[in-house]
Design a binder for this molecule. Sequence first.
Ligand code: C5P
Length: 232
Amino acid sequence: MHASDDRLIVPLDVPTALDGLHMAERLGDSVSFYKIGLGMLTGGGLALADELKTAGKRIFLDMKLFDIPATITAAVAGLCRYDLDFLTVHGDPSVVRAAVQGRGGAATRILAVTFLTSADRADLDCALIRSGDLRTLVTERARRAFEAGADGVIAAAEDAASIRALPGAEGRLIVSPGIRPLGAGADDQKRTATPAGALRQGADHIVVGRPIREAPDPRAAVEAILTDIAGL
Ligand code: C5P
């Protein structure tokens, strides 16, 4: 059995705070860092963030905010009252700058989303994103987000090395979703990596949801991941 490792972030992608609480209880002290996302916004997500924080857990609120700067600043200022560890916004420089302003002196780290890990080039074409390979665009978007003051980025593990190599990346965080332990299905993620693989490629944190939540024994699934990353 391993001690928890806050490089592993488990998303509570369940409908209500009560479901989230049950899952956190089930995982017990094997998990120290939880992500609460949009799916639980109407199900008591912020109350759950408060509750888990009081229980000593770290909280990543994954809101992927995108709006005009004044609204972003106001939203982030309000959310930072919840003593969050990480908060996501889209990586557009104006959005990142407004979020950093809203965060003020709070300890919340602002993380920028480059492109969703579920997106591939065909999806970018649909969104009228300029041509070029995905990694080049992701890296450029990360560079601009760092320049605007982001404390880190969300990025697929396979892009972590090129982001880590950016001159502005020192001291910034790379958080990678789309993680699949060996043998797990990809679900809707198009660009996946194993837990250890992602850390080796330069990620500081990995987000692992369905492979844990849908496992017959979620705690055993966490233990297997902790074994995979131990010593790295
Ligand atoms: O179940 P799975 O491990 O695919 O969950 C990944 C989590 O990471 C989900 O909560 C998803 O919203 C989030 N995420 C992502 N890709 C991003 C940003 C966040 O999959 N670029």
